[in-house]
Structures are given as structure tokens and as C-alpha cells.
Design a protein around this ligand. Structure first.
Ligand SMILES: Nc1ncnc2c1ncn2[C@@H]1O[C@H](COP(=O)(O)OP(=O)(O)OP(=O)(O)O)[C@@H](O)[C@H]1O
Ligand SMILES: [Mg+2]
Length: 345
């Protein structure tokens, strides 16, 4: 059976939240070619000594600028990439070192949904085969009844059963990508920019689908996006990433009502306003995003921060607790005034 009754029960409100995934000190380095012909290879730091915890049944939003390491972290969570070092625990069990058969047995617990379902769907398979194949591989029956149940769950009509990916609309393809992820009864879904390639009206439908599924199935969802508005809409908890590190991590209401990190301020100020020209002077994020190749020691946000001082050069973004479940990677957090403009770098 595809949908377990335990999944349909969802999470009970009074239960103590369990940690479904714990990430400890994860780093991911890539070796990249140097610029010149005779340049030695260089080390690119995509994720840098990052730790976080994801609670069962929650939607964990991961936000940050392009290139900050969101997808790399998402792939490590789904074990599509090996971390260079550090540990990943899924329901208390270490999964970072799983290989071969042991990994295959666990993989269905954590499933990815990608931005571009076209790239991840086999163009030679129609909808039925796309959904029946993972069921077969997982050793489950692939009766048409199960496939239709999955299609209904994600809002795909029966008439699409024998259509190929190229015969579906963008929104339908994303629904199929989600159904395929759900086909193996995962407990954690990592959705990497799942709506950024869709029209705004379709985006809303897919976001609603994610929220509905999360609620009905008690799924844990990691939702990756560069768009804070989307993250605000779907998340229970948000982590703000910058150059491979977490800058701030908080329940969504705390992050939006009382952000503590200068980088979070800048991201929030960059959101379009309903009434332009009103309110506080805008903190504009200026300066170049530093290269992730051999980054300088110290706070990753140093060269773009208006509040920096010498001591920030030796501060490695260790997280401080600012409030309940609210951590921030700024050594000056709590002592800063948000009004100060950030265009002085
Ligand atoms: N296979 C790879 N080999 C070399 N470098 C890589 C590889 N994958 C990612 N990177 C680099 O790692 C860094 C983080 O990339 P990643 O794709 O995780 O960022 P992202 O936050 O998902 O960005 P975007 O919002 O554009 O999707 C980038 O500098 C990227 O160029
Ligand atoms: Mg990405």
C-alpha cells in the first residue's frame, strides 16, 4: 500500500516533536580547476561546518542567495551527495556513511523533488510507468489502483494516465514529480526550488499542494527557495544560509517579526513593498558575493556587513541562542540597531 494509515494520521498537536534529521558539522568541498592553464586545482567550499536539526512533521525552509549551498545541502540530506566530512542522522541512525545496498534500503525514506521535473522524469515513460516503476523497485505491487490513488493525491486527473512528460503542463509535471517522490512512502521530502520555474498562478497551486500533503500525510518537508515570500508562506521554521553557513535559524514568525542577523535584515529589506517609499530606510545589500573558493577566515558576511569590526575576522559564525529555537551567527547580534543603512561597504 502506498499511503500508510500512520501517515494519514499526521502529527498530533500535543506530541513532543521528534528530531527526524540531525546534521552535525557537515562540510562539502569540491575540487575545481584553477583559472590559468598552469593554475593548480582549488578547493571550493559549498557547505561549511553546518549543523541543523529538523523536527518530524515540520516544514523546514532553507533560504539564501544563489550559490550559497542550498542544493548541495539538500542533496546531502537525500544522500545524493556524500558530505566531505560531518554526520547526518536520520531518526537517530547515522546515514552519512551508508553505501550500496544499505543506502538503497534507506533511500526511500528521504526523497527529492527538483525544480525542473523535466530533467528528472524519464521522457520515455508515461505517467503510469513513471509511478509504477518506483513501486516495483521497492518490491511493492504496482496495481493501477495504487497509481490512480497517487495521482488523485497530487491532483492529477485519470485522463493523464498514459501521457508522457512532454504532453503535460509545467504544473502537471511538477505534480507528477511529487507523486513519484511520494510513491515510495518517504518520511522526508527535500523540495529544491519546486515552484521557481512555474507561472505565479501555478506556483500558488503547487505550494498549496505541498502544504496540504504535509498536513494530510504528516510529512516532513525541507523546502528550498531563494524567495523569502515563498518560504514565509510554507515554512514552520526557517534557516537563512550564506556562503555555506547558517546565518540565522528561527521559527518563521520570529524570523519575520524579529530578525537578528544583518544579512537577514538585508534579505527582508530587499522584498518588494506594498507601499513604496514608506517605512524605514532600506538596508541595501551591496558589495560582491565573495568567492566560495578558499574563502577568507572569519565571518562569511564580513565584506558586506556595515557592522563589522576587527574581531569579526576571527569569528567563525558559531551560532548564539537569541530566543527559544532562534539562533543567530553574528557575534554582535542583540547589540545592533537595524536602522543603520548597509550601503557603506
Ligand atoms: N558538482 C560541483 N562541482 C563544483 N562546484 C559545485 C558543484 N555543485 C555545486 N558547486 C558549487 O557549490 C556552490 C553551491 O552550489 P549550490 O548549487 O549548492 O548553490 P544554491 O544555493 O543551490 O544556488 P542556486 O540558488 O543558484 O540554486 C556554488 O559555488 C556552486 O558553483
Ligand atoms: Mg540550488
Amino acid at each position: 500500500m502506498i499511503i500508510h494509515t500512520s501517515m494519514l494520521a499526521g502529527i498530533r498537536l500535543n506530541e513532543m516533536p521528534q528530531k527526524i534529521m540531525v546534521i552535525r558539522n557537515i562540510s562539502k568541498y569540491y575540487t575545481v580547476k584553477g583559472n590559468g592553464v598552469f593554475q593548480a586545482s582549488q578547493r571550493l567550499s559549498a557547505v561549511d561546518k553546518l549543523s541543523l536539526e529538523i523536527l518530524k512533521g515540520q516544514t523546514f525552509g532553507l533560504v539564501g542567495e544563489s550559490g550559497c549551498g542550498k542544493s548541495t545541502l539538500g542533496k546531502i540530506m537525500c544522500r545524493l551527495e556524500d558530505p566531505s566530512c560531518g554526520e547526518v542522522y536520520f531518526q537517530g541512525e547515522p546515514v552519512h556513511s551508508l553505501r550500496g545496498n544499505a543506502l538503497r534500503k534507506k533511500r526511500h525514506f528521504f526523497q527529492p523533488v527538483f525544480q525542473d521535473p523535466f530533467g528528472s522524469l524519464n521522457p520515455r515513460l508515461h505517467v503510469f510507468e513513471t509511478l509504477a516503476e518506483p513501486l516495483r523497485l521497492a518490491g511493492r505491487a504496482s496495481a493501477i489502483k495504487d497509481v490512480l490513488q497517487l495521482m488523485e493525491l497530487v491532483g492529477l486527473g485519470e485522463e493523464l494516465l498514459f501521457r508522457y512528460a512532454h504532453q503535460l503542463s509545467g504544473g502537471q509535471r511538477q505534480r507528477l514529480g511529487i507523486a513519484r517522490a511520494l510513491s515510495v512512502s518517504p518520511q522526508l521530502i527535500v523540495a529544491d526550488e519546486p515552484v521557481s520555474s512555474l507561472d505565479v498562478s501555478i506556483q500558488a497551486q503547487i505550494l498549496n499542494l505541498f502544504m496540504d500533503l504535509q498536513h494530510r500525510l504528516g510529512l516532513t518537508l525541507v523546502f528550498i527557495s531563494h524567495d523569502l515570500r515563498v518560504i514565509n508562506q510554507v515554512s514552520d521554521h526557517v534557516a537563512v544560509m550564506y556562503m555555506g553557513r547558517i546565518m540565522e535559524s528561527a521559527p518563521v514568525s520570529s524570523l519575520f517579526s524579529g530578525p537578528k542577523h544583518p544579512y537577514t535584515w538585508a534579505l527582508l529589506e530587499a522584498l518588494p513593498r506594498l507601499k513604496p517609499g514608506r517605512g524605514r530606510k532600506r538596508a541595501i545589500l551591496t558589495g560582491e558575493l565573495p568567492s566560495p573558493i578558499n574563502p577568507a577566515p572569519g565571518c562569511r558576511f564580513y565584506n558586506r556587513c556595515a557592522y563589522r569590526d576587527e574581531a569579526c575576522r576571527s569569528y567563525e559564525n558559531e551560532l548564539f541562542t537569541a530566543a527559544e529555537n532562534h539562533t543567530v551567527a553574528c557575534r554582535k547580534a542583540g547589540t545592533l540597531e537595524r536602522e543603520r543603512p548597509m550601503n557603506t561597504c
